[in-house]
Design a protein around this ligand. Structure first.
Ligand SMILES: *Cc1c(COP(=O)(O)O)cnc(C)c1O
Length: 410
């Protein structure tokens, strides 16, 4: 891997000129994802965990060139639905490197997953409840099965993503050995899985250590496994003053906590591989002086990037049009075009924004486009990928025809 490869790409590191060219050519709002950065993030992760399997959690960004680039690097793919499973396979990821983790799956999901697994030998299906295992057996599935464990510990940057301790996810820890023993009659039980929610941070690895240690204990008790998957949740710095994760120390803590197991370690980073490889470009439409704040109205909103509205997430913002110009910073509130008070990107110090300026919103490569919606009848934006010197549209901008396509009561 590149030794001088920085552990984080900050918003300030992007070329303002290049991004402005892309906005001119493709319009705004526009998602931009740099595949070189995605590859480097993967290589850094793979280098920190040399003996582990790295499965990209596709739900962070399913854009096909990213799935393809990661597959070419050797990544596996962790899928949250049969739709993601389909897309990973279509992107050329071999079946043996794909796993599907079923959370309260509808019958149709299990039908499709079982069919896809039959067509693509080597796919692993992960079940998070004993009756999901029964439902797989009822469908004649006898392939690779992994059991999702509820480890009873959770970590997360926000309560809505702290899934480890949530009863919704996984088989209760103490029930796992019996379930594995009985499932072995019908399936090839290959692994145990746990995911503690997002937000492993450098400051406190204690919850991560505890989860991994519990998984190590369980793997030794159960025995005969191919892998122990300790999930994703590798944090990225959303604020300029936050430090990037020290992957080597996370990896060392993981190995130490796991202890000796006769199974391969697997990790499932989503955000870490794509977040800082992406930005969202948006134009300033209005600048309004109000008694309590200066409000900078932009074209992107909660329908484009939902994380601030859902999680109160902070995303750094930079005024690209002010690059090189001598404009002093101003304290402003950046807000979108949706008639909802949650439709805000929060308070920022920006080089004095003016109508027509181009802003870049950072760390938009993860859970950006994926969570976009058509609320307010807004077509979803386009996504452009950068690959070396070239740029190409990976998802075209939606039109009103896309928004109304499913209507039948004309
Ligand atoms: C969402 C998810 C991940 C990835 O989480 P990140 O915080 O993006 O790393 C990994 N595994 C499972 C099962 C998930 O649901």
């Amino acid at each position: 891997m590149e030794r001088d490869d920085p552990p984080v790409r900050r918003l300030a590191d992007w070329s303002a000129d290049r991004l402005a060219e892309l906005a001119d050519e493709h319009g705004t709002p526009l998602y931009v994802l740099d595949l070189d950065r995605v590859r480097r993030n993967y290589r850094r992760m793979a280098a920190a965990f040399p003996d582990a399997e790295v499965h990209y959690a596709a739900k962070a960004n399913t854009v096909r060139p990213a799935l393809r680039a990661l597959a070419e690097e050797g990544a596996g793919v962790e899928c949250a639905s049969p739709g993601e499973l389909r897309r990973a396979l279509d992107a050329g990821v071999p079946g043996e490197r794909v796993q599907y983790t079923a959370v309260n799956p509808p019958d149709a999901d299990l039908d499709r997953a079982v069919d896809l697994a039959a067509e693509n030998p080597g796919v692993t299906i992960t079940a998070g409840a004993p009756d999901t295992v029964e439902r797989l057996a009822e469908r004649g599935y006898d392939g690779r099965l992994c059991v999702r464990v509820n480890p009873g510990v959770g970590a997360g940057h926000h309560e809505k993503v702290a899934t480890g301790a949530d009863a919704k996810f996984g088989v209760p820890y103490d029930d796992v050995p019996e379930l594995v023993a009985s499932a072995r009659a019908d399936f090839d039980v290959v692994g145990l899985h746990a995911h503690a929610g997002s937000g492993i941070s450098g400051e406190d690895l204690s919850a991560h250590r505890e989860l991994v240690a519990r998984m190590g204990d369980l793997a030794r008790e159960v025995g005969g496994l191919e892998f122990v998957d300790v999930g994703g949740g590798f944090g990225v710095p959303y604020r300029p003053d936050e430090q990037p994760l020290d992957l080597d120390s996370v990896a060392a803590a993981t190995r130490e906590a796991l202890g000796a197991v006769e199974a391969t370690l697997a990790v499932e980073p989503g955000r870490y591989l794509v977040a800082d490889a992406g930005v969202l470009l948006t134009a300033v439409n209005t600048v309004k002086e109000a008694p309590t704040a200066t409000v900078v109205g932009v074209g992107a909103g909660m329908t484009t990037l939902a994380r601030p509205a859902i999680y109160d997430a902070h995303h750094a913002i930079r005024n690209l049009s002010a690059a090189g110009a001598d404009r002093p910073d101003r304290a402003v509130t950046v807000a979108g075009p949706v008639c909802e008070s949650a439709d805000t990107f929060g308070d920022h110090d920006l080089a004095a924004p003016e109508r027509g300026d181009l802003l870049a919103i950072g760390n938009a490569g993860a859970y950006g486009y994926e969570m976009a919606s058509q609320y307010n009848s807004r077509p979803r934006p386009a996504s452009v990928v950068l690959d070396g010197g070239s740029a190409r549209v990976a998802r075209r901008r939606e039109t009103m025809a896309d928004v109304t396509r499913m209507e039948t009561n004309r």
